[in-house]
Write a protein that binds this ligand. Structure first.
Ligand SMILES: C[S@@+](CC[C@H](N)C(=O)[O-])C[C@H]1O[C@@H](n2cnc3c(N)ncnc32)[C@H](O)[C@@H]1O
Length: 204
């Protein structure tokens, strides 16, 4: 596990465990971009979160590479997210698979309207110093979403996109009929990205 992963796991785990512990017993939880734990892959964050959970919950795992384990669904992040009826939807580190702001906002709006609570996280690209100001961008012409929540970042920063449907600001979220309730915003000490873990609420 890389240094950055360590820091993210450390920051997210206890907060997300706490959210899961507070759900009523028997609540239904959907994990987006998460293989079924029985597959034994890509589960460091999942294991770390679940090691702090002492609540009886029903978990369903949505992932492109999910197989036939009960409680798992084959799901493509690039499709329409047809996911409803859960007490909690967790979309952790799914953003870096998304490459269209328009599609992401429409999917977030849909799941926040159709589930009780949605927790999602937004991570920036790496900053590059340009004329003395840190500018967030995605390397190698990567098309993936670049969040820029200036209001939550301490300091003065800039952002530079690779295409017109890449940057997501709090204004974009607001004008799509959603609100962000910030749970945690921090910068990792290695790549110096900003991470925002938040609750996404639909206004309608
Ligand atoms: C998105 S990351 C996040 C993993 C986990 N939620 C975490 O934070 O540790 C890796 C996961 O995304 C899945 N994945 C890759 N491409 C995908 C796609 N197009 N749609 C849905 N899931 C995808 C991979 O199978 C892998 O389980």
């Amino acid at each position: 596990m890389g240094m950055t992963d360590n820091q993210i796991v450390e920051q997210y785990s206890s907060v997300v465990s706490g959210i899961l512990n507070e759900l009523p017993v028997g609540s239904r939880v959907a994990w987006l971009g998460q293989k079924h734990p029985s597959m034994g892959q890509d589960k460091l964050l999942y294991d770390s979160i679940m090691s702090g959970v002492n609540n009886d919950l029903y978990h369903t795992f949505y992932d492109l590479n999910n197989e036939v384990y009960e409680g798992s669904v084959k799901w493509d992040v690039h499709s329409k997210w047809d996911i409803g009826g859960y007490d909690l939807v967790l979309g952790l580190r799914v953003l870096y698979l998304c490459d269209s702001r328009e599609r992401l906002l429409s999917n977030l709006k849909n799941i926040s309207a159709n589930n009780d609570t949605v927790i999602f996280d937004f991570m920036t690209g790496n900053p590059v110093a340009i004329n003395g100001i840190e500018c967030f961008m995605k390397k190698n012409s990567s098309p993936t979403i670049l969040p820029f929540f200036e209001e939550l970042y301490e300091g003065s920063f800039d952002v530079s996109s690779n295409h017109g449907d890449q940057i997501v600001t709090l204004q974009h979220i607001k004008s799509s009929g959603m609100n962000i309730k910030n749970i945690l915003t921090f910068r990792d000490g290695v790549k110096r990205r900003f991470y925002t873990l938040c609750e996404v609420e639909s206004e309608s």
